[in-house]
Design a protein around this ligand. Sequence first.
Ligand code: K1U
Ligand code: ZN
Length: 169
Amino acid sequence: MALLPILCYPDSRLHKVAKPVETVDARIKTLIADMLETMYDANGIGLAATQVDVHERLIVIDTSEQRDQPLVLINPELTWTSAGKHLNDEGCLSVPGIYDGVERFDAVKVTALDGDGRSRSVEADGLLAVCIQHEMDHLMGKVFVEYLSPLKRNRIKTKMLKQLKEANA
Ligand code: K1U
Ligand code: ZN
């Protein structure tokens, strides 16, 4: 297994649209293991393949307290969304240290393949529903800061670029 580097906003590769996974083969299984290791190491509750510069429709999630219930969603598609939406505080491993409110559906249903290539459906509410929507946005090249005002987004961009400069100095 390996830790994968996570792209940081405003890296333009975060805006690529991911393509469907064609076959759940050994390469994809290794990618899943590496993404789970990377997500747990970074103390995240989710990670999309886009964030590790792989532009295929694959996400991993674990919102359990014990961090022992990994959820793998390959080629996820939303099949139902609740009528209600709420503002939830979100963070992102690609935008470290920034948390802000984003409006999301309260509950969703998703169909996807699991890590063995079997078809499954997931009904989610609470943090899991928020996380699924956040990760599916990544697969469409969308980062949560794009829901914020241009003023906030520009401040975040400036802060991230400053941090990057300092890290490379
Ligand atoms: O996609 C990512 O960058 C992972 C991200 C997922 C996420 C967190 C919170 C709301 C929506 C999506 C994170 O894991 S951010 C860091 C984190 O561990 C966290 C933040 C807020 C609540 C719980 C966990
Ligand atoms: Zn994110």
